[in-house]
Design a protein around this ligand. Structure first.
Ligand SMILES: Cc1ncc(COP(=O)(O)O)c(C=O)c1O
Length: 340
């Protein structure tokens, strides 16, 4: 059975523009004066400003629709990309979307509380419930489920980030997509850098490269907690996803986790991530975000400067750009980067 055939038995709705582009970042590479740097453009997956969740939602909503669900309930921070992409996907497939958004980031202000992803959630017609904290969110989900039952609806609940084994299938398939692009002439990558929060993207990629028989080193850049805690989530999710794909249970993984670029915490931009945002915008015209991808690029830049002789590196761009508009204060000011 070929690697792709293993996905045939999972219900899937086609939502994303695939394959996503693979592009060299020549001017950034020249800036760093080290390894070639490339980008995999999952900010271009299409639906609702794009991002990594669209790949997960193809399988998550495929499963939900196959179970006859008409309502999707999910959770995330106030500026959650996952919530925004779920709202867009639900609109596309005609499901009711309910978003329970705990205030997990110590930040307020009109831009953050009304703009960016939250503006888009409402524009996609989602029912939005902003609550104080995660305990309140857990209670609110029960209230939503009871209300759904009351009106005779069939609701599914997706965890933050859509990180279930079913969601991770989207990234197992993405790994095979990259392998095809490499077979078609793109370089092999010494290491891939990806922002990691609930570990579904990383677990999916690790399983996909295993399925392809490719030893692919991956660095998960922690943006929501310590490497130790994320390792636990990653191992559990990778184990369950391997089982779904009939992969051997105990295969070693090529995954390194680093929390050295987390800064003050989830949703709080670090100076390095703000510099990375400006550098990519002004050197490559490429937008990254202050919560996730800015920290992933900060890690890649730091490590490539420290090891100039290594081979090509890949930044897996997972999206997140609508959040730029929720962080206007930090981004509106600050230096031009290496002005040409
Ligand atoms: C833009 C972006 N990048 C990366 C991630 C991390 O993905 P995961 O939760 O699968 O680790 C997220 C998750 O919310 C995200 O929104």
């Amino acid at each position: 059975m070929g690697a792709m055939d293993r996905f045939a038995r999972f219900p899937r709705v086609l939502l994303a523009h695939l394959p996503t582009p693979l592009e060299p970042l020549a001017r950034l590479t020249a800036d760093v004066g080290g390894p070639e740097i490339w980008v995999k453009r999952d900010d271009c997956t299409g639906l609702g400003f794009g991002g990594n969740k669209t790949r997960k939602l193809e399988f998550l909503l495929g499963e939900a629709l196959a179970e006859g669900a008409d309502t999707v309930i999910t959770l995330g921070g106030v500026q959650s990309n996952h919530a925004r992409q779920t709202a867009a996907a639900a609109a596309r497939v005609g499901m009711r979307c309910e978003l329970v958004l705990p205030r997990v980031v110590p930040r307020e202000g009109d831009d953050y509380d009304e703009g960016g992803n939250l503006l888009l959630d409402r524009l996609f017609g989602a029912h939005v419930f902003v609550v104080e904290d995660e305990a309140a969110a857990a209670r609110e989900v029960q209230v939503r489920l009871a209300a759904a039952e009351e009106r005779g609806a069939k609701a599914v609940v997706h965890p933050p980030g859509g990180s279930t084994p079913t969601g991770a299938l989207g990234y197992a398939l993405a790994a095979l997509e990259l392998c095809s692009q490499i077979e078609a002439g793109a370089p092999s990558f010494e290491r891939i850098y990806v922002a990691a929060s609930t570990a579904g993207t990383l677990a999916g990629l690790a399983c996909g490269f295993e399925l392809a028989g490719r030893e692919q080193p991956l660095t998960g850049v922690c943006v929501a907690g310590s490497a130790a805690s994320l390792r636990g989530d990653f191992l559990r999710l990778a184990g369950e996803t391997r089982a779904l794909l009939d992969l051997p249970a105990d295969s070693p993984d090529n995954v390194t986790l680093t929390d050295a670029y987390l800064g003050a915490g989830y949703g709080i931009p670090s100076p390095a991530s703000l510099d990375a945002i400006r550098q990519l915008a002004q050197r490559e015209g490429l937008l990254i975000d202050p919560v996730y991808t800015g920290k992933a690029v900060a890690a890649l830049l730091d490590e490539s400067a420290a090891r100039p002789g290594i081979g090509p590196l890949l930044f897996w761009h997972t999206g997140g750009t609508p959040a730029l508009f929720a962080y206007r204060d930090e981004l509106a000011t600050g230096p031009r980067s290496g002005a040409s």
